[in-house]
Ligand binder design. Structure first.
Ligand SMILES: N=CN[C@@H](CCC(=O)O)C(=O)O
Ligand SMILES: [Zn+2]
Length: 411
């Protein structure tokens, strides 16, 4: 089966050689072809180029993309889309003056979602989660990472990861599962952290490994949550089961967590709303990618990741949604890209690189996704007619996507 897009106004993120990540000043470069063609064969990108070189293959569906832009689908490398119910009351409490921390200290926050999840059947959680997944796919997400972390019991964490496994089986986009048992201490372990960490290491991890339910391991390394030492234990334990760390860190405070993550070869460090010069120095020359979550900053009114400072220092940056019921009840990568431009002063080129090729690196899939490269999967966004790709972040909040293709087929 072949599909040929012709007359594409702008074909974005074209990479003739395999690159896995873009960093520093290279993030400002978004290679594109004006008036382009793109040939898809089965589920992969077969060929692309300028219209004057367009082939005329037989038995091929032709799609005229006059006035439209094509780019790789968004790669959302950090989400918590498997959860039960919502936290709307906490949203109103925050409007009325309570902080995220105050709500958590009252037993709300992550523990509120954990209670709800443990009281909800796997079937219901699956039904709720698949609607979220289908919605974000229509918004252009063509690869997604999903975390556990609202179970905080052996059964609850397994239930979440089994839901993610079912989503993997039933949907064609790449899904990576991350075990986040170390998301918060359940109330009964508040004074006995060691017992909960033992539960994670001795009971949860072996069961998860036996059922092959996770690709990565995560922890909420933060003041009041998991300390540096506790997170190191979790990372070391995960690595024994080949689970690479992807860690929540520096959301509210900088406590030497980034250094510990890099020393433990984390694939990514995520959040980074509070970043010191020392943190930036530590990130240089590491293979760990920083991931910013601007929708979270927007929703709970905390600082934005200092993208300009980090990119100027030569670092790579990825963007993701953090879709979750507490701090980011939105999985719209278009909004993330726009907010990165508007609030973090990333250029459209930097933001699109961060949400495609660098997102793919943060998910461990940049060999197959994240750019228009021959042989990569045909996961594409076809926009409505646009004046240029700048319209994507400019018209924040508007849906400019006409169609989404996953593995060579429109969804
Ligand atoms: N910060 C930790 N975890 C989630 C939010 C958890 C919650 O409030 O439900 C996040 O990434 O923002
Ligand atoms: Zn998160």
């Amino acid at each position: 089966m072949q599909t040929l897009f012709i007359n594409i106004k702008e074909l974005l993120q074209v990479r003739t050689t395999q690159i896995e990540i873009v960093s520093g000043s290279d993030m400002a470069i978004l290679p594109k072809i004006d008036n382009a063609y793109l040939l898809i064969k089965n589920d992969c990108i077969e060929d692309f180029g300028a219209m004057e070189n367009c082939p005329k293959p037989d038995n091929t569906e032709i799609i005229d993309a006059t006035g439209k832009v094509i780019l790789p689908t968004w790669v959302d490398s950090h989400t918590h889309i498997v959860y039960a119910g919502d936290r709307i009351q906490e949203f109103v409490d925050r409007i009325n003056g309570l902080s995220y921390e105050e709500i958590a200290n009252r037993g709300g926050g992550i523990l509120n979602s954990a209670k709800n999840l443990n009281e909800t059947s796997e079937e219901v959680i699956y039904e709720q989660s698949k609607l979220r997944l289908e919605e974000v796919m229509q918004l252009g997400t063509g690869a997604i990472e999903i975390k556990s972390g609202y179970g905080l019991t052996v059964e609850g964490e397994l239930k979440m990861l089994r839901v993610i496994k079912r989503l993997k089986e039933n949907y064609s986009l790449p899904i990576k599962a991350t075990f986040l048992g170390a998301h918060a201490f359940p109330a009964i372990y508040k004074e006995n952290h060691k017992a909960y960490i033992d539960l994670i290491i001795d009971e949860m991890l072996p069961k998860i490994a036996k059922e092959n339910l996770a690709d990565y391991i995560d922890a909420f390394l933060e003041t009041g949550y998991f300390s540096v030492e506790e997170t190191i234990k979790i990372m070391e334990a995960g690595k024994k089961y080949n689970l690479i760390p992807k860690i929540h860190v520096n959301q509210f405070t900088s406590i030497q967590g980034i250094k510990a993550c890099i020393e433990n070869e984390a694939l990514s460090v995520d959040h980074l709303e509070i970043v010191t010069d020392e943190d930036i120095e530590t990130l240089k020359n590491s293979k760990t990618i920083p991931v910013a979550l601007p929708s979270c900053s927007y929703f709970i009114s905390i600082p934005y990741t200092p993208a300009r400072k980090m990119i100027t220092a030569g670092l790579p940056l990825a963007l993701a949604t953090d879709y979750n019921p507490g701090t980011t009840p939105s999985g719209n990568m278009n909004f993330v890209v726009a907010t990165a431009c508007i609030k973090m002063r990333m250029t459209p080129e930097e933001a699109i690189n961060a949400a495609t090729i660098n997102g793919a690196y943060a998910m461990g899939i940049s060999k197959t996704h994240g750019s228009i490269t021959k042989g990569k999967k045909a996961n594409l966004i076809l926009t409505k007619p646009l004046t240029s790709y700048y319209q994507l972040p400019y018209e924040f909040g508007n849906n400019l996507i006409e169609k989404v293709m996953i593995n060579g087929a429109f969804i």
